[in-house]
Ligand binder design. Structure first.
Ligand code: MN
Length: 246
């Protein structure tokens, strides 16, 4: 029987015009999974009662990038600089994420996914870095997704650094204007931008949770071997967890 790991990828809802609307996620997510030996399955925003079934179907889930998180989920009113948010997507992803983690499935939380992770477990977000952060650098790069624009410092004594072959710094892409403000309890910040913005987190105990503020899928799709390695590690972990639960 084919044991190729099946990885769910969350999607947003996009309306292109009056004749065309539906689930959307950037193709770099599935390209990175194709490149690292996994089967991507795109997960539309669904009624709550389908979350358990989604999790059964997947060996792991990538919580993908997308719009802002509705600040009501962390108890704040919207900043005038917040960008479009989707309460249905937030509600469903918070539910799906908690259920996936409770079921022991590996989760890779990318950009907005990292922000959803932080909010799901009791953290808060900076709604707009340019107006709320002290001395921010540029985090919404104006160049291609697959190109890097700022450095990050990685905490050496972390699982995340091990995943990257013991690196203590690297250059990453940056396509976000929100970021973690108060880190959720139980999590540890393991990578920082030069302005102090948290760029990656891991859980203090659960090694099946990783959150990354940049877009490793676009670097991997563009040929970055370190980010492909990160995807390969995640796919291998999903493959192992799938064998245990089948
Ligand atoms: Mn950044």
């Amino acid at each position: 029987m084919d044991r190729t790991p099946v990885i769910g990828v969350t999607t947003g809802f996009a309306k292109r015009n009056d004749l065309s609307q539906g689930p959307y996620v950037h193709q770099d997510y599935e390209q990175s999974l194709f490149l690292t030996g996994a089967v991507p399955v795109l997960l539309p925003i669904a009624p709550d009662e389908l979350a358990d079934r989604y999790i059964d179907l997947c060996d792991g889930i990538i919580f993908s990038g997308g719009g802002d998180v509705d600040p009501r989920f962390f108890g704040e009113p919207p900043s005038p600089y917040i960008e479009p948010f989707d309460i249905e997507r937030d509600r469903f992803e918070i539910l799906l994420m908690k259920k996936a983690i409770d079921a022991g499935k590996p989760v890779l939380c990318i950009c907005r996914g990292l922000q959803v992770l932080n909010v799901a477990y009791g953290g808060t977000l900076v709604q707009d870095l340019a107006t709320e952060w002290e001395n921010p650098i540029l985090h919404d790069q104006k160049i291609a997704r697959g190109k890097t624009s700022h450095g990050v410092r990685i905490i050496l004594d972390s699982r995340f650094s091990q995943l990257l072959g013991g690196r203590d710094s690297l250059y990453v892409n940056s396509l976000h204007h929100q970021a973690i403000k108060k880190l959720a309890p139980g999590f540890r910040a393991v990578a920082f931008a030069p302005d102090g913005v948290i760029e990656a987190v891991e859980h203090e105990q659960n090694d099946r949770i990783i959150g990354i503020q940049w877009h490793p899928e676009s670097l991997a799709a563009a040929g970055d071997s370190l980010m492909r390695g990160l995807f390969r590690s995640f796919v291998a972990q999903c493959s192992l967890s799938g064998e245990k639960t089948r």
